[in-house]
Write a protein that binds this ligand. Structure first.
Ligand code: FAD
Ligand code: NAP
Length: 557
């Protein structure tokens, strides 16, 4: 429905630009949300601050960027034709291919006509009388929408560290999460990389091949397992294509992390050391994230976890020739898997190269960036280009950058000051008709995110359809439902080893950010059933109002 002719849900005065739904962000979440809403005959507008679709894959163009969930699974399932026809080239597709896929989806489903690029959403204010949102975009223009969906991404707010002297650096500075669109050539250059999370670990081996000298500044080592990336054979593709129904069903319903895989039957301590070694060895050879699913208690039992961590530490010692460097690369400060493990190609072996040096900036913190290098622990390191692989203000960062005001003028930032509070990760009390996709309190970043994105989009679309059918115009989480959910999310998290790590899941990478375990660790299957059950019970835990007069029709929790 074109702008100005919206109002398919409830009744609102017609304005020049009014939509049933404004969607913020055109990554995989925003794109699919738009597609579903169109299918319902609702008018929707997407605002995207970037110049194209793809979100994560539009911004993260650093060398070596690729997915860590296998592409046959890290892809949309909503269209049978799409999943049968798209040809993934490798087990883990590289960033340019994933971006091509996002563009293909935009073209195939004709999404671009309702997406406005290069447009940041700055502000969203709820109008309690009209029961709709006034959304302000960069430049000051305002549009109205009955619903707002934040598809702003969990890893979309790249975090620039506040090093003294950073702006004085004379060479180029790059952030992996905000990489230039033109290829960057490090040939013959002395390069520094700060950060050894997934982005650093993917880019370091490639940069090392180009640079004359690479210095890696590591504060905390991470566990990384080999990707064993390779071209996909037609037999491998056919296996998925023939069995997609069952594979996708299992990923959604039976797996904790939304990745179809062989599930372990045993705990790590139920087998002998030799049996464990053989089993870890087989998973290590197979490669990929499923390493931490070798046994069913690695995330739960520290002694079990230690067996997996010891195995990886031993592999690092085997691969890296210099024992001092190997020791520095061995993580010891967190249980394996309590930070997202990294999936690499030749990461550890890269430290055997003569042109690569590892500097421990935990023992000797970075003091300042200099015009031609940096100083750490009183030592000066010279380089021509600086790569910041320093991560993101995750899960809440992009939401916090929008000035969101709900009922009684309350800001979402004020409400979330001590940590994000949501019901099901989908809505926050006091902010009617505002949905978050893969928000804090949902499995989100602990899962194959396309599985979680599709589940949220479908739930929201079904909910809006229900509201239209029942002549309802506003919806809000109740305080009681939200309190119960927040308590449940915390309780489940603290039954695992995850909160033991200083991870971005905990907000620990951002100084001053509250330490709360943000995602829901109960598993995507369990979570899906909870969400479906809530919907089946007439959206239990949400308050809904009819178009007019205001009347409470469902207010259980
Ligand atoms: P995003 O892709 O982040 O898109 C959000 C969009 O919203 C962005 O384009 C942003 O510009 C826009 N936006 C934000 N705020 C505003 C605003 N105020 N106004 C306008 N636009 C705004 N997950 C996996 O499951 N498997 C993987 O292999 C995997 N690999 C990853 C690799 C990297 C390098 C990174 C950083 C993340 C990876 N992830 C992976 C997580 C990844 O973010 C998700 O899989 C998924 O792409 C998220 O899609 P999204 O649409 O929710 O968010
Ligand atoms: P990250 O995991 O948060 O890693 C950031 C790194 O920068 C850490 O090593 C951190 O050290 C370091 N750092 C930050 N500030 C620093 C400072 N002031 N001084 C020194 N070191 C500093 O970020 P990321 O690597 O971008 O990954 C974020 C998430 O994105 C991943 O966990 C994953 O979910 C996703 N991702 C996935 C892939 C993939 O394989 N498909 C690739 C990239 C990203 P500390 O640990 O000490 O803080």
């Amino acid at each position: 429905m074109p702008a100005g002719q919206a109002n398919a849900i409830g009744s609102r005065p017609s304005e020049t630009e009014a939509y049933d739904v404004v969607i913020v962000g055109a990554g995989f979440a925003g794109m699919y949300m738009l597609h579903r809403l169109r299918g319902l005959g609702l008018s929707a507008k997407v605002f995207e601050q970037g110049g194209g679709v793809g979100g994560t894959w539009y911004w993260n163009r650093y060398p070596g960027a690729r997915c860590d969930v296998e592409s046959m699974q890290y892809s949309y399932s909503f269209s049978e034709d799409l999943q049968q026809e798209w040809v993934w080239s490798e087990r883990y597709a590289p960033q340019p291919e994933i971006l091509r896929y996002a563009n293909h989806v935009a073209d195939r489903f004709d999404l671009r006509s309702d997406i406005q690029f290069d447009t940041r959403v700055e502000r969203a204010v709820f109008d309690e009388r009209a029961r709709d949102w006034s959304v302000t975009i960069a430049g000051g223009k305002t549009v109205r929408a009955q619903f707002v969906v934040l598809a702003t991404g969990c890893l979309s707010n790249a975090r620039m560290p506040d090093f003294k002297g950073l702006s004085d650096f004379a060479g180029e500075v790059y952030h992996t999460g905000h990489w230039p669109h033109q290829p960057v050539d490090f040939t013959g250059k002395r390069v520094a990389v700060i950060g050894t999370g997934s982005s650093g670990i993917q880019s370091i081996p490639i940069i090392a091949e180009q640079a004359s000298q690479l210095t890696v500044f590591q504060r905390t080592p991470n566990f990384s397992v080999p990707a064993r990336n390779a071209p996909l054979s037609s037999q491998e593709r056919d296996f998925f294509r023939t069995n997609y129904d069952e594979i996708r069903r299992k990923a959604r319903e039976e797996m904790r992390n939304g990745i179809y895989q062989e599930l372990p039957e045993k705990g790590a301590l139920e087998e002998s050391a030799a049996e464990r070694n053989a089993r870890y060895g087989a998973r290590w050879e197979k490669g990929g994230l499923t390493f931490t699913a070798t046994y069913n208690n690695i995330a739960l039992d520290k002694a079990a976890n230690d067996t997996a961590a010891d195995f990886v530490r031993a592999r690092i010692a085997e691969i890296v020739k210099d024992p001092e460097v190997a020791k520095l690369l061995q993580p010891n400060d967190h249980p394996i898997g309590s930070k997202r493990i990294c999936v690499d190609t030749d990461y550890y072996a890269t430290y055997n190269r003569a042109n690569v040096k590892l500097v421990d900036v935990k023992a000797n913190p970075i003091e300042q960036i200099l015009p031609h290098g940096l100083q750490a622990g009183g030592v000066t390191y010279d380089f021509d280009a600086l790569v910041l692989a320093t991560g993101f203000d995750a899960m809440t960062g992009s939401v916090a950058r929008i000035d969101i005001r709900g009922r009684a003028g309350q800001t979402l930032n004020a409400k979330w000051e001590a940590g994000p509070r949501t019901y099901l990760g989908l809505m926050s009390e006091g902010f009617p008709n505002l949905f978050v996709i893969t928000g804090p309190g949902s499995p989100s970043v602990l899962s194959n995110m396309i599985v979680s994105i599709e589940q949220h989009v479908d739930w929201i679309a079904d909910c809006l359809d229900y509201m239209r059918a029942n002549d309802l115009d506003s919806m809000e989480a109740t305080r009681a439902a939200e309190d119960n959910w927040v308590a449940h999310v915390n309780e489940v998290a603290h039954g695992t080893l995850y909160p033991q790590a200083n991870s971005w899941y905990m907000g620990a990478n951002v100084p001053g950010k509250p330490r709360i375990f943000m995602p829901y660790i109960g598993g995507v299957g369990v979570y899906r059933r909870i969400c479906s059950d809530v919907a089946a019970k007439g959206y239990e835990g949400f308050t809904m109002t009819t178009a007019a007069p205001v009347q409470r029709v469902a207010a259980s929790s």
